[in-house]
Design a protein around this ligand. Structure first.
Ligand code: SF4
Ligand code: SF4
Length: 410
């Protein structure tokens, strides 16, 4: 019974952290050649990862990193699943004594916070980004090549997931709104339970219909849904329920207000949320990315880490290019991991402390540290751990040091 209640809480209240002990876990009977995976220490994720591996008969070592009990994407976006986090679990788990190889597989969505060039440089391990969904890991490991199909690198957000997110959204909002609801019910009888019902209905509708609602920032989508829902409400109130005009007007405003709040809250505290809000305030669209061809060496890493398939690699020209800008989630993973700072953006580094800017600043500070290690050069140097010879302006992606990145690309 307790387990059932816990699972219910983890599924529908998963916007709240729920940590499990960081450390080393086994899936099946791993040996010295088994793959090494890293995941977060959100309890539900750890259980799902191990269950999926055992279901697919994959014997593996699983490193549960200390991410404050937060799921992978949120932890990475919020600065709790970073290069430091992975370095720390690699160094404290004793895994180097248990395997003969030095390859680790990171969840793709951790790319927002983990810079694999720095990770390789600091640990000597060769990191790879696995697929978005653990259920695609078996296909990824096939043949030992560590390749993921492009569709397995996209966050699809299917209907079932959107429904669960909608209930999470409403539940999360309820924690903050329950007191105002109770206070308001002093003046309007029954307001609080009707508001809770409305909150869940609008939360689910906001999430389920998000792909089709007009407007870009979530707040505009929430407002659009509020107008739509209140129009339906007015028709029902004036025909089937014969409600007083004043009460109808009050409820209409309440519906629009709640729906707008839910739309605003939907991307949670992700970089996309910050970018959306900033766009509303400043009018500047912050989800703009662009490849600078002169800098790009065609390593393909941006096509691997992007959860929205924004980039496409042109193997003939050996450069990447933006093909679906409209899909950009402003996560910053491409900026964090591009070894040549070849991705231009208007996220405006340094003007605020939002996670997007923090990502960019952390990249810059990482590059600065690399520059210090490489004799104080101020320009971006060759990716750390990528090329022993230092600079690599020639774009020789076939060199042996570069092979480990293009291997991932399909
Ligand atoms: S990660 Fe950077 S260097 Fe590599 S293909 Fe993308 S833009 Fe080019
Ligand atoms: S293009 Fe946008 S969605 Fe893709 S990795 Fe970069 S910031 Fe994230």
């Amino acid at each position: 019974m307790f387990d059932l209640l816990k699972d219910f809480w983890l599924l529908f209240g998963r916007l709240f952290p729920f940590p499990t002990r960081p450390g080393l876990r086994k899936a099946g009977n791993p040996d010295r050649s088994s793959p090494v995976l890293v995941t977060c220490n959100f309890e539900l994720t750890v259980r799902k990862v191990i269950q999926a591996l055992e279901r697919d008969h994959i014997d593996a070592w699983v490193l549960v990193a200390p991410t404050k009990g937060i799921n992978v994407w949120c932890a990475a976006g919020g600065g709790h699943f970073t290069t430091d986090t992975v370095v720390s679990i690699l160094k404290t788990s004793g895994i180097e004594n248990l395997v003969d190889h030095r390859r680790i597989i990171l969840p793709q969505l951790s790319a927002v916070g983990v810079n694999i060039w720095a990770l390789k440089d600091r640990t000597g391990w060769t990191p790879h980004f696995g697929p978005v969904d653990i259920n695609h890991l078996a296909a990824y490991l096939t043949g030992g090549e560590y390749r993921a199909e492009r569709r397995h690198r996209r966050v699809e957000f299917p209907l079932k997931e959107r429904f669960i997110m909608g209930t999470n959204l409403a539940f999360n909002s309820l924690v903050f709104l329950i007191v105002p609801f109770l206070v308001a019910s002093i003046w309007v009888t029954g307001l609080w339970w009707k508001s809770i019902a409305l909150l869940f209905l609008l939360g689910v509708l906001n999430s389920v219909l998000v792909l089709w609602l007009p407007g870009n920032p979530g707040v505009r989508k929430g407002f659009s849904l509020g107008l739509l829902a209140s129009a339906v409400f007015v028709v029902m109130a004036q025909t089937a329920w014969t409600m007083e005009p004043a009460a109808t007007l009050g409820w209409t405003g309440w519906i629009v207000l709640l729906s707008t709040y839910l739309g605003y809250d939907m991307p949670s505290w992700s970089p996309l949320w910050r970018a959306d809000v900033k766009e509303l305030v400043t009018g500047v669209k912050h989800t703009h990315v662009e490849v600078v061809p002169e800098r790009c060496i065609g390593c393909g890493l941006c096509t691997i880490v992007c959860p929205a398939s924004v980039f496409e690699l042109n193997p003939e020209m050996k450069i990447s290019r933006v093909v679906h800008l409209e899909a950009c989630q402003a996560c910053g993973a491409c900026i964090e991991n591009c070894p040549k700072e070849a991705i231009d953006n208007n996220f405006r580094a340094g003007v605020c402390s939002c996670p997007t800017c923090t990502v960019i600043n952390s990249v810059k500070s990482h590059k600065r540290k690399d520059a210090e290690r490489n004799g104080g050069e101020t320009e971006p140097v060759a990716a750390a751990g990528c090329c022993e010879s230092g600079d690599c302006e020639s774009g020789e992606i076939e060199c042996s040091q570069h092979q480990w990145i293009p291997d991932n690309v399909i």
